[in-house]
Design a protein around this ligand. Sequence first.
Ligand SMILES: [Zn+2]
Length: 76
Amino acid sequence: MKALGNFDIGDCFADVRCRFGHKTRLFNIDRGHYVACDECRNYIFVGSNLMSGWRQENRDIWQSNYDSVKGYKFIR
Ligand SMILES: [Zn+2]
């Protein structure tokens, strides 16, 4: 299993877990998918356009998702 910061990356972006057992949260900003850990206050990019859900979202949702990780560390 690959690791990125505190995240364990599984075979699929849906398998991303925090190594500390925290609950993670998957969200979109435009067509990009991200996973955040609110306990560790960081997030990673997991891919783009892998799920079609972003098409049902809008700029307001993406803005609030972006705001939800403001001040978090982006791990790349
Ligand atoms: Zn965590």
